[in-house]
Design a protein around this ligand. Structure first.
Ligand SMILES: Cc1cc2nc3c(=O)[nH]c(=O)nc-3n(C[C@H](O)[C@H](O)[C@H](O)COP(=O)(O)O)c2cc1C
Length: 222
């Protein structure tokens, strides 16, 4: 049975990012995969500590971060999975801090500084395709995502994942509904009527795309 690991990089367990990830999980499950769901904010861990042990000559556990803490079991599961789907809100133009710490520990041990003199580029540690799906949610509209250069910032993730694991795709959910009740918060930058419209019209489309991503990635290596 295929194994798919889902990783929520939002502190909220049932809001935009988590809802989309749950749909991706449902898509993967309905195509026959076994799914495990993790909330990064429940785990106790650091980002990469730059010990560089993963780059030492002759290391046995290539691809797995040497530093052991609360993230290690999840990293092991990701490396043994058939697909991984990760998600994060955009915080100050970047994915959340917990998400970035996870990505450093997930990507860097599988990234080499060794030239592949036969095929060009860099040698790969993971000698198979491990599809990684990314779901990013944000307040920004699609236009603001471009004008604020989030497209350039967030594309870096996808490119690193593609280079290291062989395949990556990203689903962006724009203009998300941030508060359950806008009237209770100081936030006149946002029009609650417009936000509710996006939630009711666009978010279900994003949910469908997340479901399809789950299905696609779970069956990719068939
Ligand atoms: C600390 C913080 C910083 C944020 N910074 C941005 C930002 O720079 N750009 C943006 O578009 N949205 C920003 N947002 C909004 C969130 O990205 C957006 O509401 C997201 O969908 C929340 O995901 P969640 O519902 O899974 O928690 C920020 C929210 C928080 C709490």
């Amino acid at each position: 049975m295929k194994k798919v690991i889902i990783v929520n990089g939002s502190p909220r367990k049932n809001f935009n990012t988590a809802k989309l990830l749950k749909e991706a999980a449902r898509g993967a499950e309905e195509s026959g995969a076994e799914v495990e769901f993790f909330h990064l904010y429940d785990l106790n861990y650091k980002g990469c500590i730059s010990c560089l042990a993963c780059k030492r000559k002759g290391v046995a556990q290539k691809g797995l971060c040497f530093f052991k803490d609360g993230l290690t079991p999840l990293l092991e599961k990701c490396l043994n999975a058939d697909a991984v789907i990760v998600g994060s809100p955009v915080y100050h133009s970047y994915p959340s801090g917990m998400f970035r710490c996870f990505m450093e520990r997930f990507i860097f041990p599988a990234h080499t500084y060794m030239l592949d003199r036969v095929n060009g580029g860099l040698k790969r540690v993971i000698n198979r395709t491990l599809p990684v799906g990314v779901i990013m949610t944000m307040n920004a509209t699609k236009e603001q995502y471009k004008s604020n250069k989030y497209d350039i910032i967030l594309r870096e993730n996808e490119e690193s994942l593609h280079a290291v694991f062989g395949y990556s795709e990203t689903l962006y959910a724009f203009d998300t509904f941030q508060y359950t009740d806008y009237a209770k918060y100081d936030c006149d930058l946002f029009d609650p009527v417009h936000k509710a419209l996006v939630r009711d019209k666009q978010f279900p489309i994003d949910m469908r795309k997340a479901y399809e991503m789950g299905k696609r990635l779970a069956t990719m290596n068939n």
